[in-house]
Design a binder for this molecule. Structure first.
Ligand SMILES: C[S@@+](CC[C@H](N)C(=O)[O-])C[C@H]1O[C@@H](n2cnc3c(N)ncnc32)[C@H](O)[C@@H]1O
Length: 216
């Protein structure tokens, strides 16, 4: 996401630390239920961008908690503004590279992982940056509970085909797969910023939902 760095972004993020913006340390020293002050199920979105998805999902599902990871300070600050404006108490945001997730979350702590229009990183030398690379899938396997699932949407067919193969090769069971996923705007799913852009261009949207295959 190309966006000029905004001077107000860091001060805004800093002023909401311990409230909406959570640092890695908060999760290490406090169980997640203390951070949210309840025991609700946890949805983790990786790469929240400007936050339309996480905010609308949090509005539609007040009985769920949402954690958003995003490495770009400026887009995270735009997402934070939306969380503030909507007065959402079931969303926390962390500015971090998702590669650090194992130092944030405990084993089997997360119920659902959502990946939306993740960067495809088409060059093979950048494969380890793809959020569906084997390294990332291993991390998801670790932090997801045994009933948990990963849900991934993208416009990029080549990246999607790669991801389907990676899920198959790395102990994931495909429970739903759609190469022309219909526009959905309900409790289960809502459109993201990128999704609206690609749908307006007529690009088919790919969707996959996978669950862990548990070794007996
Ligand atoms: C193409 S944008 C999609 C944004 C949003 N999910 C959507 O669908 O509109 C990908 C976003 O993921 C973030 N991102 C990519 N790799 C990441 C990583 N390893 N850790 C955290 N955020 C990441 C980028 O900064 C960017 O904001």
């Amino acid at each position: 996401m190309r966006l000029r760095k905004k001077a107000w972004a860091k001060p805004l993020l800093d002023s909401y630390i311990d409230r909406i913006v959570i640092t890695k340390l908060d999760f290490l020293t406090n169980p997640i239920k203390d951070v949210f002050k309840n025991n609700h199920k946890l949805v983790l979105e990786i790469g929240v961008g400007k936050g339309d998805f996480i905010c609308q999902m949090a509005v539609n599902n007040p009985e769920l908690n949402f954690i958003g990871l995003e490495q770009n300070e400026t887009v995270l600050a735009i997402a934070l503004k939306k969380v503030i404006d909507l007065g959402l108490t079931n969303v926390k945001l962390i500015r971090v590279n998702a590669g650090e997730m194992l130092s944030i979350f405990d084993t089997k702590e997360i119920d659902i992982i959502r990946l939306n229009f993740s960067d495809p990183w088409p060059k093979s030398r950048h494969e380890d940056r793809r959020l569906t690379s084997p390294e990332f899938l291993n991390m998801y396997f670790n932090i997801l509970n045994d009933d948990g699932c990963v849900i991934f949407k993208t416009d990029n067919r080549e990246f999607f085909d790669y991801s389907v193969e990676m899920f198959k090769e790395n102990n994931w069971d495909i429970v739903d797969l759609n190469y022309n996923y219909p526009f959905t705007n309900n409790k289960e799913d809502v459109p993201t910023e990128y999704e609206r852009k690609f749908r307006a261009l007529g690009t088919p949207i790919n969707f996959i939902k996978v669950k862990k295959i548990l070794k007996k």
